[in-house]
Design a binder for this molecule. Structure first.
Ligand code: GLA
Length: 395
């Protein structure tokens, strides 16, 4: 066992830092100390769902929970994670294995193409992010790995370069047709702030977020690879092609305004109309949410979250009944708002509630959920965490 436990301080992955756990996993596995440790956060998206690949804005917050990578240059490639505990000897040029190691391989290949990868390395990873919960454990993994390996190769990549390596690893190597939201927040996050990101222009604008967010996991795991996200993206591309018949210069669906929606309704095949409606209304909501947050108007922000969830449920059809149930229950118990966060089809609900009642509201939602689904959902809270960083190697 790489980690020690004691009755006074029971092992709890959220209490021991991933950097410490990755370091001890590395040391006990490879019988030497790592040369570099880096870590990067997952994210919860406040608003702007499925807008990043449609040229719209997003408003994510980095979690305090992170993935850490401890690494040392070696003659071979070998990866180990405390998520599966298995040592994987990897041929970087072999076909994908449909496992988490594909993300690391993707990063290595992308770094290689920049001349920023070591010739080989041993890596130990640890995370306190839930996997498959829509909280961007994959971007935390790719951004932290890109940081650690580029440092091993003696390169200091900018946050922008880390985003690009991590994005390309997921999009081109793993084959998830994601946008750049997750990698961007994981690399650029500032502690205590959400990040307003205009994906069309690349503008990044931190918006102070001093409070706490609650996460209620539906317990329904989503799998993105080759799945529903790719299908929705294809629908959006098809919709854009139809719109260009009538608006030739249109670069992205998010450039349409709510006033264009009647025309969209007349011209597009019926199944594509609600997809476009979601992107257009979500774009407006996300701008409104950034303004509401900047003004400290959490009640308004909460209303926008609920409207965003409704749009995902009705127009984008990416929610699941468990998430719909949690959102309704949270609002009934007095939350400002709640919505399914991340790609959808499973994952977690983010809840924004008045500080003095938030823990009670979340407990009440948990009780409702248990009565309905005969199991208690996993719940936890976070403040706005910080982005990728090199860690001091723990003793
Ligand atoms: C996933 C993708 C992101 C984004 C969201 C949906 O998290 O990685 O780029 O498209 O889904 O908003």
């Amino acid at each position: 066992m790489p980690h020690s436990t004691s009755p006074e301080k029971p092992f709890n992955s959220t209490r021991l830092s991933p950097a410490r756990l990755a370091t001890s996993l590395f040391t006990s596995t490879f019988a030497t100390r790592p040369a570099v440790v880096a870590s990067a956060p997952g994210r919860v998206n406040l608003l702007g769902e499925h807008t990043d690949y449609n040229g719209g804005p997003v408003l994510p917050v980095a979690l305090e929970r992170r993935t850490a990578v401890a690494a040392r240059a070696a003659q071979r490639w070998a990866f180990l994670s405390d998520a599966d505990g298995e040592l994987h000897g990897i041929d970087i040029d072999a076909p994908p294995r449909a496992a988490w190691t594909d993300y690391v391989v993707g990063v290595v290949r992308e770094l290689r193409s920049l001349g920023a990868a070591p010739p080989g390395a041993e890596l130990a990873l640890s995370t306190n992010l839930p996997l498959g919960a829509g909280l961007s454990s994959s971007a935390a993994l790719t951004v932290a790995t890109a940081k650690a390996l580029s440092l091993l190769a003696g390169k200091r990549l900018s946050a922008e370069a880390l985003v690009e390596v991590a994005f390309r690893a997921e999009y081109h190597q793993v084959g998830v047709r994601c946008g750049r939201m997750d990698q961007t927040i994981s690399a650029h996050a500032e502690r205590g702030s959400a990040l307003f990101f205009e994906t069309a222009s690349g503008l990044l604008h931190p918006v102070p977020f001093p409070g706490r967010l609650w996460i209620i996991e539906t317990g329904v795991s989503h799998r993105l690879t080759g799945g529903a996200l790719n299908e929705r993206r294809r629908e959006c591309e098809e919709a854009l092609a139809f719109c260009r018949d009538w608006r030739p210069g249109l670069a992205h669906l998010a450039q349409l305004s709510p006033g264009d929606l009647p025309e969209v309704g007349r011209r597009l095949p019926p199944p594509l109309v609600p997809r476009v409606r979601h992107v257009v209304t979500e774009t407006a909501r996300t701008r409104g949410a950034a303004d509401a947050l900047a003004a400290g108007d959490l009640a308004m922000l909460g209303r926008l979250l609920v409207q965003g969830h409704e749009s995902l449920r009705v127009d984008y059809e990416s929610t699941i009944p468990e998430a719909d149930f949690i959102v309704t229950s949270a609002v009934e118990h007095g939350a400002f708002g709640a919505r399914l966060t991340g790609a959808g089809w499973g994952g977690a609900v983010v809840v924004l509630a008045p500080a003095e009642r938030e823990a009670r509201i979340v407990a009440e939602v948990g009780g409702d959920f248990q009565r309905r689904y005969q199991r208690l959902p996993v719940t936890w809270s976070t403040r706005a965490g910080r982005g990728v960083r090199r860690e001091t190697i723990p003793e």
